[in-house]
Design a protein around this ligand. Structure first.
Ligand code: SF4
Length: 467
């Protein structure tokens, strides 16, 4: 390689925002409905949103109420070759249409029913397409399975870092050791055990992890959201994510009136468990009726948000960062490349340094001052935590709203219109390379899954002829 080619490659690799990322973000912003183009909106400013797989391994070996999978999802054989082929195609399409970087969930039925080699191959296919994959699981698998996914045949790590989201709640049936839990607290040893596997993975093999704890919330367990929050906050999970139940998927598993649980009710229970207010208004992904989240630092039991929505100086920094640096890809790059990117960013925008320093000072002050922060860090009482609520919609609402959207009709009915607005601002997308479309996850589960699953049943029957 000539020096000039090497220089060109280096310049491109360390360029803070590439033309491709900029174009993907601009496209995303242009497609958003006007009502979510607010100052705190992150879609189209620094992210394109989350992505998920579909139709790749629908089967699950637990039973939950509710279950978002199609009623006959368990009649489809788990097939590694099909999974890897489909994941690859879906990710290639996402790479092409949404740019070089996004977070994507390896989701379907239960991911740990995949053979470890197939699970690893699917994650590698996602990474190869610039996706930061997260494996969605019920968490009921052994450490050996995790090792077999993460390590190759020679015992060397295939990944430097893995992300898993584990679903634990008392609405799930069939977990080994907790077949029919009556309370959320009964699941705490299983939550601990799951998270500990990743602590061991880091210690023994140097593989880092990002862990999310997911919980479905219905009227029967909403009263325990506070205690789950309190308990899980002390475990090595990075994210606590809650999903108010919706009427989607298998109707046989709709046992309660889920409508009683609102996003506000769940958030206030989380705050109750955290023992403090959790301000979330400084940033927004998509529509606030769908998503709510806040990220911050937990210092000796107290959560300090990165951005305080009541502090105008914080919001001014947010606006400046989104304006100047939205689109810088921090993930999936080496430390030297990241350092170069940051330096180039700062050299080009020196005026941003004082406000950034001011934000850092305010965060340290909120953490109790530098001395307390350092002391807590030494005592291992500092952790980055994110709280999330994702509020899926009922299939009965999504179906008519989507039907009209497909015809280009904005409904005059306020309720249908609200659903259309939310779907239009969706931040959780599924990829359909066959039709060249990107579909909101609510539509996938409410409208497309049953037909897709029927096709999969034929393609991947449980019993193969001749066996
Ligand atoms: S999947 Fe549904 S609830 Fe989630 S962001 Fe999209 S439209 Fe909103």
């Amino acid at each position: 390689m000539s020096i000039s080619t090497w220089m060109k490659d280096l310049e491109l690799e360390t360029r803070p925002i590439t033309a491709e990322v900029r174009a993907a973000l601009d496209r995303r912003w242009a497609e958003l409905p006007e009502h979510v183009k607010t100052a705190n909106q992150l879609l189209g400013r620094c992210a394109v949103g989350c992505e998920g797989t579909h139709g790749v391994f629908p089967k699950c070996n637990l039973t939950c109420s509710p279950c978002y999978h199609a009623a006959d999802a368990n009649k489809v054989r788990i097939d590694g070759a099909h999974t890897v082929e489909q994941v690859t195609r879906q990710m290639e399409f996402l790479r092409k249409t949404r740019g070089p970087r996004a977070h994507a969930q390896l989701i379907g039925g239960e991911v740990s029913l995949l053979a470890p080699e197939d699970h690893a191959a699917a994650l590698l296919a996602m990474r190869a397409n610039g996706r930061e994959p997260m494996s969605m699981t019920h968490g009921d698998f052994d450490y050996q399975y995790l090792l077999d996914v993460v390590l190759d045949a020679d015992g060397n790590p295939r990944f430097q870092r893995v992300s898993f989201a584990a679903h634990f709640d008392s609405l799930m049936r069939g977990r080994r050791g907790a077949v029919r839990p009556h309370t959320e607290a009964e699941l705490n040893p299983f939550r601990e055990q799951f998270a500990r596997m990743f602590v061991d993975l880091k210690r023994e093999h140097g593989v880092r992890s990002y862990l999310a704890h997911n919980m479905t919330v219905t009227p029967s367990n909403v009263g325990q959201v506070g205690s789950v929050t309190r308990d899980v906050l002390d475990m090595p999970f990075d994210m606590l994510s809650f999903q108010p139940a919706a009427f989607i998927g298998d109707e046989r598993r709709w046992k309660e009136d889920f409508d009683d649980v609102t996003i506000d009710a769940v958030w206030s229970r989380i705050e109750e468990g955290a023992g403090q207010k959790l301000p979330w208004q400084a940033t927004q992904f998509g529509d606030p009726r769908c998503n709510r989240s806040t990220a911050g630092i937990r210092v000796d039991g107290v959560f300090v948000p990165i951005l305080d929505p009541d502090e105008p100086k914080d919001l001014a920094v947010r606006d400046r960062i989104l304006d100047r640096f939205g689109g810088v890809v921090f993930g999936g790059v080496s430390i030297p490349v990241l350092t170069m990117k940051v330096l180039r960013m700062l050299v080009r925008n020196p005026g941003v340094v004082p406000p950034l320093m001011g934000l850092a000072q305010r965060i340290i002050r909120r953490c109790g001052g530098l001395r307390d922060l350092v002391l807590a860090a030494v005592q291992r009482k500092v952790a980055v935590k994110t709280f999330v609520v994702h509020n899926f919609m009922d299939a009965d609402d999504v179906q008519p709203a989507w039907e009209l959207m497909e015809q280009g009709i904005d409904s005059a009915d306020p309720e249908v219109r609200e659903t259309q607005e939310r779907l239009g601002a969706c931040m959780y997308t599924m990829s359909h390379p066959d039709t060249g479309r990107l579909i909101p996850a609510c539509v996938q589960h409410s409208v497309l899954d049953p037909g897709e699953n029927a096709g999969l049943r034929k393609m991947l029957p449980l019993t193969v002829k001749g066996t």
